[in-house]
Design a protein around this ligand. Structure first.
Ligand code: GDP
Ligand code: IMO
Ligand code: MG
Length: 427
């Protein structure tokens, strides 16, 4: 039963898309289990670059069946335009399966996301504005709209009415916005039904049958461990569970089926949006990481905040996800520094702390305690084996592995599929 979870070990944008695409050629199914089009996964194949938001990165591997699981929130207009964009570029998307239980991001969820952020002012989360939080809120409040509702007009109308009842009161009375008409929303949603119909399936059954037949299933996380609603830097998080347990609930596969959990780990740290970030650099080193690493959001075009590697976070990711391996990405970006600081612990109000504090106040006060590792100047983008790396780069990887609590089984030295050093095979 080879089921693997691949997830972000930091605050997202670790290179999950590239890693998933790399494994896509050897797996039968790639499944998104949470999040929605807040994700931006860049995949580079030869001279072609793809930016995927909702579709699993396995869609670019012809033998692989891409699946959108029940835990995902789906904006139908984004999904359809992503599909047609890929079709125009010659990618076959006909194998896609979408869970009938996945929730739909409705136009009013997007509106609520935007007005809520505006009203939070300087306390805003810095969301992607894609309606993610309000859609998950509706799901938990039991007033959500699911993909299967598109196929029963009467039920759909009742559910949209129920959802808009309270929301229109809030929009008009609190936020000074116009009320949203039920009919208009129903009509728009029904307009997607026919185009989506060929993809809608009982994905829980399909995936469990596939595992029984010893097929290889890869679960591709969106966002990252520190953006998890339960285990992240709440409230500066997304509204789903990118951590490993999310793969079970978000796809309907039991934890006993998962054989490997791979944490994608950037050789430094980035974050988009608000919230604490102990190793953040507001100097020219931060600017250099942003420039060399191309750290600009795929979804929103926002500059990513950049900082040094944080081993406290990596250890935490190992723990809350039960990581079996790391895939270290973007090592090439660190070429050229004379010495590279690595955060090994925090200093919090005069105390040295080795593990991530559970208290939000403590985390906000955390100052990085750095160790300095010698850098390297050689171009490493052509390295194919660990031995091809300069000694100082090898030592940097070994030091990170020791601090982070799980073996580093692959190293990214460039954005392309073949710019990867494989140390232990994943499948
Ligand atoms: P994701 O959201 O985790 O899939 O990551 P993003 O795609 O948002 O951001 C990662 C960026 O780094 C993308 O532009 C990738 O093409 C790029 N990338 C991934 N791995 C590597 C690597 O090892 N080296 C370099 N230089 N770029 C990489
Ligand atoms: P990938 O999959 C980085 C961040 C947003 C914001 C917070 C909440 O590409 O790694 P949301 O719109 O989800 O309610 O925003 O989460 N965020 C991400 N940051 N990478 C992502 O996805 C993200 N998806 C959401 O910037 O701080
Ligand atoms: Mg991204």
């Amino acid at each position: 039963m080879p089921a693997l979870v691949l997830l972000g070990a930091q605050w997202g944008d670790e290179g999950k898309g590239k890693a998933t695409d790399l494994l896509g050629g050897s797996v039968d199914y790639v499944v998104r289990y949470q999040g929605g089009n807040n994700a931006g996964h860049t995949v580079v194949v030869g001279d072609q670059k793809y930016a995927l938001h909702l579709l699993p990165s396995g869609i670019l591997s012809p033998g692989c069946t891409p699946v959108i699981g029940n835990g995902v929130v789906v904006d139908p207009s984004v999904l359809l335009s992503e599909l047609s964009g890929l079709n125009e570029r010659g990618v076959d998307t006909s194998k896609l399966l979408i869970s009938g239980n996945a929730h739909i991001i409705t136009p009013y969820n997007v509106t609520v996301d935007k007005v809520t952020e505006r009203f939070l002012g300087k306390r805003k989360i810095g969301t992607t504005g894609r309606g993610i939080g309000p859609t998950y809120a509706d799901k938990i409040n039991r007033v959500g709209i699911r993909v299967q509702d598109l196929y029963d007009e009467s039920i759909l109308t009742q559910k949209v009415e129920a959802a808009l009842d309270a929301k229109n009161q809030i929009l008009t009375k609190l936020y000074n916005r116009r009320a949203i008409a039920v009919d208009q929303v129903v009509e728009e949603l029904l307009g997607y039904a026919e185009q989506l119909a060929p993809y809608v399936a009982d994905t829980v059954l399909v995936l469990n049958q596939a595992l029984e037949e010893d097929k290889v299933v890869l679960f591709e996380g969106g966002q990252g461990t520190l953006l998890d609603i339960d285990h992240g830097t709440y409230p500066f998080v997304t509204s789903s569970n990118p951590t490993a347990g999310g793969a079970c609930t978000g796809a309907g596969v039991g934890p006993t089926k998962i054989s490997r959990v791979i944490g994608i780990l950037k050789a430094y740290t980035t974050r988009v949006g608000s919230g604490p970030f102990p190793t953040e650099l507001l100097d020219e080193d931060g600017e250099a990481l942003r420039r060399i690493g191309g750290e600009r959001g795929v979804t929103t075009g926002r500059d990513r905040r950049c900082g040094w590697f944080d081993a406290v976070i990596a250890r935490y990711a190992t723990r809350v996800n039960g990581l079996t391996d790391f895939f270290l990405t973007k090592l090439d970006v660190l070429t050229g520094w004379e010495r590279i600081p690595v955060c090994v612990a925090y200093e919090i109000d005069g105390r040295r702390v080795e593990e991530l504090p559970y208290s939000q106040t403590d985390f906000h006060h955390a100052k990085p305690v750095y160790e300095y590792l010698p850098g390297w100047q050689e171009d490493i983008t052509k390295a194919k084996t660990f031995a091809d790396l300069p000694k100082n780069a090898q030592d940097y990887v070994k030091a990170l592995e020791e601090m982070s609590g799980a073996p580093i089984s692959a190293i990214g030295v460039g954005p392309g599929r073949d710019e990867t050093i494989e140390i232990n095979s994943f499948i």
